[in-house]
Each structure stands twice: as C-alpha cells, then as structure tokens.
Design a protein around this ligand. Sequence first.
Ligand SMILES: [Fe+2]
Ligand SMILES: [Fe+2]
Length: 193
Amino acid sequence: MVMGRDPNVVGIEVLKKNGIDVDKLIKELVTNASVEFTAYYYFTLLRANCTGMEGEGIKGVIEDARLEDLSHFESCIERIYQLGGSLPKDATDFIKMSGCEFLQLPPNPTDIKAILEKCLKAEQGAIVNWDRVCQMTSGKDPVTFDIAKDILAEEIEHESWFLELLYARPSGHMRRKYSGERPHTQKHSRALG
Ligand SMILES: [Fe+2]
Ligand SMILES: [Fe+2]
C-alpha cells in the first residue's frame, strides 16, 4: 500500500535546518556520479591501449583507479535517492553532463604519456569535485560528508600515482592488494562485493 505522496522526510528536514541547500547538493552528487561513471568507461579504453613493455607496468595502475571510479559511482547512488533525487532517465543525458570528453583516446591511442596526462587531469578534476561536496556538507550533513571525504581520499591517492608516473614525484604508495580493493569507499559500495 502506498500512502500520501509527499511524506515528511526527517532525514532531509534536519539537513535544511542545518543550512544545507538540498537541491544544490543533489545536483552536485548527480553530476559527480556522472563524472565517475564516464571516467570508469574512458579509463577502460585508456587501460586497454597501454601496450608494449612500457604499457604493461602502467595498465595495473590505471586498472586500480578505474575500478575505484566504479566504486565512487556506486557510492553516490543510495545517497542521491535518500535526499529525494534521482538519476536521469536517459543514459546519454547522464554521460553528457560529465564533461569528460577530454578523456577520449589521444590521436595516437597508444601514446602512454598522453594517456597518463589524461588520467592525471581526470583525478585532479575529481579532487575539486569531491572537495566541493565536502565543503558543502562539513558540519551539516555527516552522512554525505562521510561518503565525499572517503572518495576524496582515494582521488588524492590516484592523483599521486599519476604524478609519480609522469614526474617521478614519489607518492609513497604501496600497490593495492588487488584491483578493486578501494580501501576508503568499500563500505559505501557494498553492491560490488
Ligand atoms: Fe573517482
Ligand atoms: Fe580517481
């Protein structure tokens, strides 16, 4: 049985009382979800084009970042619906809102340096995106903040991996134990196992 159409959602009311612009937050989360989903797709192509002896060492790093982008997409979904939002009906609308066209394969698809530069740019954009959500929710919406800060932690790791590969700037990272480990966001993307 479905009751009245507009229930009072205490989980949203408290956020408004705390000073959150809920519509703006939903918009931010849906856009960020589209970036993560689209980046996951483009990283699939970039990883596949890491060929030759040089490419062999790079593809594992891109694979780790790629599977964590899928985790970031998954981490957004439940919260978007809890807040009263939804994902676009048309998948092409969803992909378009990401602004990720820059992640398409370079003119020479197997140019490893160009691939790494694209990966770095994607991670740096993601850091800005998730930092924005952290700023919007800090001290006001602990649930969304927890998700955003955990995604941000992984994006910062990803940036450091690609900085190391491109500039020999040590990242201090140990390789993931397995691709898809997602040490910070695993609890937000349990559907992935
Ligand atoms: Fe991501
Ligand atoms: Fe990332």
